[in-house]
Write a protein that binds this ligand. Structure first.
Ligand code: NDP
Length: 419
């Protein structure tokens, strides 16, 4: 019997909340708190007749630590699930520390204001010394490790699918399948079609920034950075078929490089259709992906935020999206002195997700792991004081929970990617 505060009520949070409500014996009380309370109220109203979880709602600006502290103190949760945006990670972690509550999220910290001098100084140092230029990295949240240790609290970072499940797949491979892992290729394929020429499957601002940034991968102990979309491969995905995919920087590479002993190379690939890429390039060329405010008619406008207002709401794609996702990891390494290749992945059907929770598979494949991660923490299976990513916990009960709650694993010995 636990009390959980969920912050955010967008595409991913609404799936996670619905899944929590399917496990009412653990998630006995939930408070849904977000910037727009009417969205929380609408979801609570939808769920009330079909769950025994007791749901309340609240309005909160998660950029404001004092508001968060007041809410957490008044509700008294066992866990705060941050399913708002990465911009709020640090404020919510601060509030959890102030109130003595465990924390989890689905994406690592990003600054909302990339002109902030304090952030900029750290960023430029990292570009210089570590050779990669992603806006998002774990250093800000890892810096909280000692504070969480001293407080005897757990912070679980990045518990969606990727990051999240992909790291559990890595921990599982290291625990059960290999004596030594040499390479990890994370393959994220969305074979879904929503019928729009251009739309993003989750928060457009986060998605477009991630995709338009330089790519990078980890090799022989250092980062290799490449121009955006400059490494392309084709892969024949189970239940989806042949797709073009491109190498991107992705946050789990950073933690896996630390936590998978001896790994020589880690790459992340995501599939994109030609229409998506053509639109994105064009938007970038005209400056619409910029996060720097411009003045227009006496008003300050952030181009990428304005673009977000024009694009379809990812939550509205559910009924239109048909097809499947296939996300997983291919490992090469050795077992009992022999070379070995091993592939583990999940296939998820957009329409099946929509029938179950009213969302497409991107929100579903993130929201279900968020619920399962919370389940691990609330049932005492993933608790240790400090700040951790998914591969630092036992993957077995988590993967069992994913099998049970909608994201079963498939395993085969598909060939490794050709270099
Ligand atoms: P949405 O934009 O759909 O939802 C974000 C929610 O957060 C909205 O309810 C929004 O409120 C709320 N919010 C934003 N700012 C604040 C604030 N200052 N205070 C309170 N609430 C706020 O995003 P998604 O659901 O698509 O994504 C949620 C998270 O999941 C993101 O961090 C994203 O990066 C991550 N993600 C992770 C993946 C993974 O595999 N690990 C994959 C996909 C996403 P409002 O309704 O008022 O806008």
């Amino acid at each position: 019997m636990s009390k959980v505060l969920v912050i955010g009520c967008g595409g991913v949070a609404s799936v996670a909340i619905q899944k929590c409500c399917q496990v009412s014996d653990v998630f006995s009380e939930l408070c849904i708190a977000s910037r727009t309370k009417s969205k929380c109220d609408a979801l609570a109203e939808k769920l009330a007749p079909i769950t025994s979880t007791r749901i309340t709602t609240a309005q909160v600006d998660a950029d404001d630590v004092d508001q968060l502290i007041a809410l957490i103190k008044s509700y008294g949760p066992d866990l705060v699930m941050n399913i708002a945006l990465p911009y709020q990670d640090l404020t919510i972690m601060d509030a959890c520390l102030a109130c003595g509550v465990n924390y989890m999220d689905t994406a690592n910290y990003e600054p909302e204001d990339t002109d902030d001098p304090a952030w900029r100084a750290v960023y430029e140092k990292r570009c210089r010394e570590e050779g990669f230029s992603a806006y998002f990295d774990y250093s800000w949240q890892w810096a909280y490790k000692k504070k969480f240790e001293d407080a005897g609290l757990t912070a679980l970072l990045g518990c969606g699918f990727d990051p999240g499940v992909t790291q559990a797949y890595c921990a599982y491979a290291a625990k059960h399948e290999f004596d030594a892992i040499d390479t990890i290729d994370i393959l994220d394929c969305n074979g879904g079609d929503h019928g729009y020429a251009f739309a993003t499957n989750f928060n457009p601002e986060i998605n477009l920034r991630e995709v338009s940034a330089p790519g990078s991968y980890w090799e022989d102990g250092h980062w290799v950075e490449i121009p955006a979309m400059s490494i392309k491969r084709e892969y024949d995905f189970d239940q989806v078929g042949r797709k073009d995919m491109y190498l991107l920087h992705h946050e789990e590479i950073e933690s896996l490089a630390r936590n998978i002993p001896g790994v020589k190379r880690i790459r992340f690939f995501m599939t994109f259709g030609q229409s998506y890429l053509d639109h994105m390039r064009c938007l970038e060329d005209v400056g619409m992906l910029s996060t720097t405010p411009v003045q227009y008619n006496g008003q300050e406008i952030v181009p990428i935020q304005f673009l977000k207002a024009l694009l379809p709401d990812p939550a509205s794609l559910g009924p239109r999206t048909k097809g499947k996702t296939n996300i997983g990891c291919i490992f090469t390494g050795t077992r009992d002195g022999k070379p070995k290749t091993w592939y583990i992945y999940n296939v998820c059907d957009h329409q099946a997700c929509y029938r179950e929770v009213g969302s497409q598979a991107i929100s579903y494949t993130t929201g279900v792991p968020a619920m399962c991660g919370a389940l691990m923490m609330l049932t005492g299976q993933w608790n240790k004081p400090g700040v951790y990513t998914v591969e630092e916990f036992d993957p077995d009960p988590f993967l069992d929970a994913l099998d049970k709650y909608g994201l079963p694993r498939s395993v085969n010995g598909a060939p490794a990617l050709v270099d």
